[in-house]
Design a protein around this ligand. Sequence first.
Ligand code: AMP
Ligand code: GLY
Length: 427
Amino acid sequence: MNILLLGSGGREHALAWKMAASPLADRLYCAPGNAGIAREAELVPLDIADHAAVIAFCKASKIDFVVVGPEAPLCAGIVDDLERAGIKTFGPTKAAAQLEGSKGFTKDLCKANNIPTAAYERFTAAAPAKAYARTQGAPIVIKADGLAAGKGVVVAQTVAEAEQAVDLMFGGLLGEAGAEVVVEEFLAGEEASFFALTDGENAIALASAQDHKRVGDGDTGPNTGGMGAYSPAPVMTPEMTKRTMDEIILPTVRAMKAMGSPYKGVLFAGLMIGKDGPKLIEYNARFGDPETQVLMLRLMSDLVAALLAARDGQLKNFDLRWYPDAALTVVMAAKGYPGNYAKGSAIEGLEAAGQIEGVEIFHAGTRAEGGKILANGGRVLNVSALGRSVTQAQARAYAAVDRIRWPDGFCRRDIGWQAVRREQTKS
Ligand code: AMP
Ligand code: GLY
């Protein structure tokens, strides 16, 4: 079949790499893609916010199946538009993507279905939000309701900080996303990224991962989209995985179906694992970035068959197999990220880095020009590796990082530290 993948990040490079290996994929296209994805797929210079242009390309190129990577087109209803045009598409409809697009929607759904999550209130004005934060006390979490590209959450350590965050959000700092604010209880514990594939009715657990959201070593500095990840997440024991499916994922799938907006696609649950078990921090309606890079390295089964089964409502008798190895990815970002950064500097040594055993380099923000690979974004490369342990995968990934010559880039040097420490105390 002919497949079109939408997106241009490291997540999409990992998905393209895995889809290109599928016996079901005759031709694979990606719009708009990046220099790494160009090795796996034919790049198409489409504006993916222009749904009519995407549909026209699908018709002209006889596309049988579209896979949507990022959240913005999902929340804009691209799945609804493509399906209406008769094109099979992997991903949730606009109504179902509200699980990511509106934190208030998700919190209300959790409350109505007894899904464990932080206690909360929704607000449309600053004064009552601040009054609620004062009565609850710090630490407390302030969240913009809508999509804010990872910038919509403030974990306030003091009431004053909470009040300031409320004022900033209602002051229009995040535009429409901040027109409504959720104030919620601070959850203690260890975070994990959990992924399930759903077909509207059934759900199967994918592998788990742990992300590193802060920009600096030792989990310091501002939040980012993610500076590195590894899989599996040691806190996601078989028992915790079963509880997450039974207490969070399956009740969500049932509730969405009952509301008439069945959720099909990948459901990415950000979890806090505390002493009472798993609690939902938030949902994303898509694969994680950079979590997908480590998931795809560990996936043994055919990704295209799995995504099609989810789209077709055929997950009931489906399962996926995973390599037992650990995978780890280190994000190389442009100096200045997550603040201002420059584009256009040259990256060298990628070929030598990719020759290290177990290493795969996914491009997150690059473009090719005159035979050179140039940086073209904040997060630029995902230097990834498989290993028998997280310790080995980490050593391989950093050996590859050290072969890359890119003076304008930087990375964290401690990706995987929690798992490496656990492995060291075990042995
Ligand atoms: P989110 O964008 O909702 O994933 O939030 C970004 C980060 O803020 C999460 O990965 C957590 O580290 C933190 N966070 C969000 N909500 C809470 C909460 N209720 N308690 C503690 N930390 C939280
Ligand atoms: N790495 C977190 C995310 O994809 O939202």
